[in-house]
Design a binder for this molecule. Sequence first.
Ligand code: MG
Length: 164
Amino acid sequence: MTDFRVGLGFDSHRTGEGRPLILAGVRIDSPFGLVGHSDADIVLHALTDAILGAVGRGDIGELYPNTDPANKDRDSRDFIDGALAAADDAGGWKVVNTDVTIFAERPHLGKWKPAMQASIAEMLGIEQDRVNVKAKTGEGVDAVGRGEAMSCQVVVLMSRDNDF
Ligand code: MG
């Protein structure tokens, strides 16, 4: 028998000049980036929370407080590694698939989707067709629409075999 769990994650960061734009671990060509204590990768932060949520292990802030100097400018891949380790520890949970929506007025992210999907698939150790990345603009509305912020929503399905 197989058990399933679903998890939801959300993150947003302010945009800022002089910062790199890193989404899903991919460095995106952009005249501005995202401001944050770590590398401000909204995709990996939302994905980390989705994994932790699915297996009932709290959230990214509990595992990696932004008051800890060790997390400053940290590569967010570390957070994914930590979440996957927590999922394994919580009972051998593995990622089945994930669906990601990025909200950004600019730059245009369409051409970066395949690279982001490949990056996420490699981090999670799953086939690329189990990872979907969507990009939407803010339609000129709210902080995202004005280009002041970007945000990301992630849903993830986890499973474990229960044959014992
Ligand atoms: Mg964040």
